[in-house]
Design a protein around this ligand. Structure first.
Ligand code: 5CA
Ligand code: ZN
Length: 475
């Protein structure tokens, strides 16, 4: 489907690259006639399937999957004041059934607290029912007014994984928020996407939360993308939805809750963080095609080469590898281009000379060429490629993080990446940083090596005791 005549824009021109790669690598079709709604091509959907299989695997260890309705009655939606305020401008309402106006307006879920928690009130009876840890992967609707973008800012989020947990105490819920952050760290580690973990400022937390921990990645243009959040909900919702349990002394107690979510932004991050001027670079874990076999047909040994290529494909499939044998009647060079664009981690070439020598030519997505002698070398090779992809991403991310000790340094840093600087926690200082740098104070209590390197210096504005804050421009 891709056109070979005009080149892919360089990834340095990130916006243009992103739009083109979605089309050329057949991930999303943006031609659907409703703003903010996009269509998954089968190849994109296969990336989604592999990615979400991994996410499910991680959650299924101690969560249960569930499925709640899309429609929420207005009287349930309108119960928790902060939550209503946070979402009122983003909710789509169903007001009619056929020609008759509905007695009870129905909200299309923008997220499912108000669908799930009335049922939790019925399900949670005693301390023995807790902790309760459920999740669902569903579509949600948000009438976003900021610039919509495929996989990044959608009006129909098609792949919203939301987990909702219930606990006996505030501390247990806080520990679950940490556990959610750990699970997300494992998930993004597996995708090779480096993440920054920080606490959203109070004025930026989820509507109805005690606090929000966010996971961000840095895109090739230096802007950040929030690719996951975990919220401590305290008793905000259990009070309004009457989620109580009987404790060991027979007393009714309010339950403590958390929720944490990830959307198809996780796929946007994989595409963007790993991609290069040639196209997609997919970690083997999520690549729809992990190995492509290209038969090199010269002269009269065609049948022999085809047979060897087919045997190779069968052997690789038997090892559980997702393999594609490309027998199309095209120049090998055109095939290479096609599969590189689609991010295939490893290409195997087999021709008459290889058959004679008992070898196979293996070329990874970084065009590194080797000779292998057995299919058993392929899985270790894929593992190596997975590690190389992660390392490249790690290096690129590190290069975009600057530790700053003053406003002027922050100004420079956010032009091409993010700044880490000390902040005292006051709104006034944050407002000043944002006004001076034209960037956002994304989070405080930044974790990881960059925060440690900053040490115990004072707030960049007022000099008072401060902690590591993450400052940048975000999608
Ligand atoms: N109920 C909670 C957690 S399940 C919740 O809705 N949190 S959220 O609003 O922060 O959304 C969770 C994640 O979904 C965000 O961190 C972000 O990565 C992603 N997300 C939010 N809005 C959109 C959108 N319009 N398009 C794509 N992804 C989105
Ligand atoms: Zn300050």
């Amino acid at each position: 489907m891709e056109e070979k005549t005009d080149a892919l824009p360089p990834i340095a021109d990130f916006s243009a690259w992103y739009n083109e790669i979605l089309r050329r690598a057949e991930i999303m079709d943006v031609r659907y006639p409703v703003k903010g709604l996009y269509v998954w091509y089968p190849f994109g959907f296969a990336i989604r399937k592999n990615t979400y299989n991994r996410l499910r695997e991680i959650l299924d260890v101690d969560h249960q999957e569930t499925l709640f309705p899309l429609l929420i009655p207005d009287y349930e939606f309108m119960k928790e004041a902060e939550h209503i305020k946070g979402f009122e401008e983003e909710v789509y309402w169903v007001t009619h059934g056929g020609l008759s106006e509905l007695d009870v307006k129905l909200a299309l879920r923008p997220t499912s607290e108000t669908a799930i928690y009335p049922m939790y009130a019925l399900w949670v009876r005693s301390h023995a029912d807790l902790p309760l840890k459920l999740y669902q992967i569903v579509n949600t609707f948000r009438y976003e007014t900021k610039h919509t973008r495929p996989l990044i800012r959608l009006r129909e989020i098609t792949s919203f994984k939301e987990a909702h947990t219930v606990h006996c105490t505030w501390e247990e819920a806080a520990a679950q928020v940490e556990e959610a952050v750990r699970l997300y760290s494992v998930f993004y580690h597996d995708l090779g996407v480096p993440i920054l973990i920080s606490r959203r400022p109070d004025w930026d937390k989820f509507p109805g939360a005690d606090y929000t921990i966010a996971v961000d990645c840095i895109m090739p243009d230096g802007k950040t993308l929030q690719i996951g959040t975990a919220h401590h909900l305290g008793t905000h919702f259990s009070k309004t939805y009457n989620i109580t349990y009987e404790d060991t002394a027979g007393e009714q107690q309010l339950a403590y809750q958390t929720c944490y979510g990830i959307s198809e932004r996780c796929i946007a991050s994989v595409i963007s963080v790993h991609g290069d001027d040639t196209g997609l670079v997919l970690p083997p874990l999520v690549a729809p095609v992990q190995v492509v076999i290209i038969p090199i047909i010269i002269g009269k040994r065609r049948d022999e080469v085809m047979a060897a290529a087919e045997t190779l494909a069968v052997d690789l499939k038997a090892l559980g590898i997702r393999v594609e044998l490309d027998t199309r009647d095209m120049r090998p060079g055109a095939k290479y281009y096609h599969w590189e664009l689609h991010g295939v981690p490893l290409r195997l070439e087999i021709g008459p000379r290889d058959i004679d020598a008992g070898t196979i030519v293996a070329v990874d997505r970084f065009k590194e060429k080797r000779q292998i002698r057995s299919v058993n070398e392929v899985i270790p090779l894929l593992d190596e490629i997975q590690a190389t992809i992660s390392q490249h991403a790690e290096d690129a991310a590190s290069g975009k993080i600057t530790i700053c000790s003053g406003i002027e340094e922050i100004k420079v840093a956010v032009e091409s990446g993010v700044a880490v600087a000390s902040w005292c926690g006051d709104r006034g200082c944050s407002d000043l940083i944002e006004a001076e740098t034209d960037a956002s104070l994304l989070g405080s209590d930044l974790r990881g090596p960059h925060a440690e390197k900053l040490g115990g210096v004072g707030c960049v504005v007022c000099g008072k005791v401060g902690k590591a804050a993450l400052i940048g421009r975000s999608y």
